[in-house]
Each structure stands twice: as C-alpha cells, then as structure tokens.
Design a protein around this ligand. Structure first.
Ligand code: TYM
Length: 332
C-alpha cells in the first residue's frame, strides 16, 4: 500500500473544481491508500490573509473535507502549521532547489502578475514548501487537479536531487494522480480561465456551500454559445464553455465525457442547464447540509484537527531526523 499526501488552501470557499478535481478523488482513494490530507495554512499566507478569516476558513475547509466523506479515523486530517516539520524541511529544500527551477513556475508568474518585485518571498518559494509537505511523510502518490502538475514535477526533481547530492535513497519520487473528466474545471464566466477561489466574481464558480437556488442561478448565468450541444467530442473543440459544462456534467454523473455527451447531444443549453443544475444539486446538497451541521460544531472540527496534528507530527519526526542526519546537522 502506498502513502498519499494532498493539500488544500484555506483561502475562501471550496468550489466545484476543488471537489471534482481533488477532494472527491481523495474520498475514493482513502480505501486503498494510507492518506494524509492537509489544510495548508502556511501556503495561504504567501498572499495577504485576514487573520480572523484565515482561522474561519481553516475550520470551514476541514468541515468540507469531512462533509465530502473523508473519514478522520482512517486518514490523518490536519492543518499544516500544527506540524513544524513542514517549514523545517522546506528550508532544507530551499537549499536544494535551484533558482532556475523556480523561475519556470507558471503559477508564480500568474499570481505575482506584473508587480513581481512586490510579491512575497514565500510566494516564490511556495513550490519548495509543497515538496516538503509531500516528502515529510515520504508520500508515494499525490492526487491533485491538473493545475498542480508543474509543482509536482518540481517535487520529483527535489526528491531526486536530494537523493543524488547526498548519495542516499531517503525520498521516494512521488507520482501525481490526476484523475477524472474534471481535472481542470474552468470558470463559468470564461471557459479559458480556471475556476478559482480568487476570481472576484462569485458567478464564476459553484461553491460547496452554495444552496440549490444559488447553484441554479449560477448555472443559468453561465456563459455559453448559441449552438446546441454536439454529438461528438470533436464538436466541443473550439467551444471552451460548452466543453467545460459537459465535463462538469460527466464528472457529476461519474461518466466519461463521451458517455455524458451521448445523453445530451443536440439539446439546447436552456434544457441542458436545467439538467446540469439538478445533477449538481443532488451531488452537492448532502455535502452542503453536513457542512452546515459541522459549522455549528467547531469544537468537533478542532478536535479532529488536533488529533490529526498529533498523528502527523509522529509520522514526520523520524523522517526529519533522517534528513537532519543525512545533511550533517549535529545531534546534541
Ligand atoms: P488549491 O488549494 O488551489 O486546490 C486544492 C486542490 O483542488 C484542485 N483544484 C482544481 N481542480 C480542478 N479544477 C480546478 N479549477 C481546480 N482548482 C483547484 C487543485 O489542483 C488541488 O489539488 N498548492 C496546492 C495545495 C498544496 C498541495 C500540497 C497539494 C500544498 N501542498 C502538497 C498536493 C500536495 C493548492 O494551492 O491547491
């Protein structure tokens, strides 16, 4: 059995991209792997976070994971800042990774935008921390959405360079698991941009906390084109919004894109959107209700995270000891 590590940032609402691209896969994988699922608050502060909001979001995201079906008894569910080893190993990796490697990271370029000089050093070094998250537990598999692929490649490079530099086999080279027809969910307002927590328009995403009315409204307002749905996948090629909605529909119904398309080929968007709404509400409704219940019981959520933190620290300690020994830090 391999070991899984994956993480999610506590920065605003979880959305359908997080759910279909990552969290739902975690729920499924928990039966065949030993898993750690982490709410990555150290990553969140690479851009400004209001402290009270950050605390609230951390609990909310934890509630979202539990509501989606992650079992905290079977898996380690915790928040990153409760395990000091993440930051400690990240420092070692800051000294392993090369500037040239980080300069190639497209997410930094997107997030820093034009005002690069004003971005935090943390935002730049973020992929090294992500590598530390995974390798602190010697995780072998990392289920993520497609947007994290480049960061995962960097984590693989870091594992290999560390092993080569010191002539050891300390780290496994972790495998990305990018699964399903919704590994890259796009904005409902622009089929060429990723659905994201940081999009200023709430109409661009379906949040895991949205109720049926909000979902219906957002799907109704979703950008489309005037043509009915095609009957082949090739017919979606130059139609990013249509392709995105079909991908969502497929993922929500657990079909592949082709199977989903045969159900709706030839329909106008007005009809397809009603069906998409029904499917989204039936999948998200129960999760939404459970998130509300957990929101009213923060002590329970805190207890889950506390216990997860303890278990994570115990798993991390021997790996960090091994790394310090390999690097040549004196043990006194
Ligand atoms: P984050 O918080 O942006 O997203 C959490 C997970 O959701 C996936 N995701 C998407 N999948 C499909 N379509 C989308 N529009 C979409 N938006 C987000 C992400 O790919 C991710 O799997 N750096 C990571 C968190 C992280 C991490 C890690 C992940 C920190 N350390 C170690 C894996 C292993 C991030 O910002 O994810």
């Amino acid at each position: 059995m391999g070991r899984i590590f994956s993480g999610v940032q506590p920065t605003g609402n979880l959305h359908l991209g997080n759910y279909l691209g990552a969290i739902r896969n975690w729920v499924r994988l928990q039966h065949s792997f030993e898993c750690l699922f982490c709410i990555v608050d150290l990553h969140a502060i690479t851009v400004w976070q209001d402290p009270a909001e950050l605390r609230k979001s951390t609990r909310e995201v934890a509630a979202g994971l539990l509501a989606a079906g992650i079992d905290p008894a079977r898996n380690v569910v915790f928040h990153q800042s409760s395990v000091p080893g993440h930051a400690q190993l990240a420092w070692v990796f800051n000294c392993v990774a090369r500037l040239g490697w980080l300069n190639r990271m497209t997410q930094f370029k997107e997030k820093a935008g034009k005002d690069r000089e004003n971005a935090s050093v943390g935002l730049y070094a973020y992929p090294n921390l992500m590598a530390a998250d995974i390798l602190l537990y010697k995780a072998t598999h990392v289920p993520v959405g497609e947007d994290q692929k480049q960061h995962l490649e960097l984590a693989r490079d870091i594992a290999q360079k560390f092993n080569n530099d010191f002539g050891v086999g300390t780290f496994p080279v972790p495998e990305p698991l990018i699964l399903g027809p919704a590994a890259r969910v796009m904005s409902l307002r622009d089929g060429t941009r990723k659905m994201s927590k940081s999009d200023p328009s709430d109409y661009s995403r379906i949040n895991m906390t949205d109720d049926a009315d909000a979902i219906a409204l957002k799907v109704r307002k979703a950008k489309t084109d005037p043509e009915p749905l095609p009957d082949t996948l090739a017919g979606l090629d130059a139609r990013p919004e249509a392709a995105n909605l079909v991908g969502l529909y497929a993922a929500l119904l657990d079909l592949d894109r082709e199977g989903a398309l045969t159900r709706v080929a030839g329909r106008p968007f007005s009809e397809f959107k009603v069906e998409l709404t029904d499917v989204a509400v039936s999948v998200l409704g129960p999760i939404n209700a459970e998130m509300k219940r957990l929101a009213a019981d923060p002590a329970h959520v805190d207890a889950v995270l506390r216990e997860g933190g303890e278990r994570a620290r115990a798993l991390a300690a021997p790996v960090l000891d091994e790394v310090f020994e390999v690097v040549g830090f004196l043990k006194t």
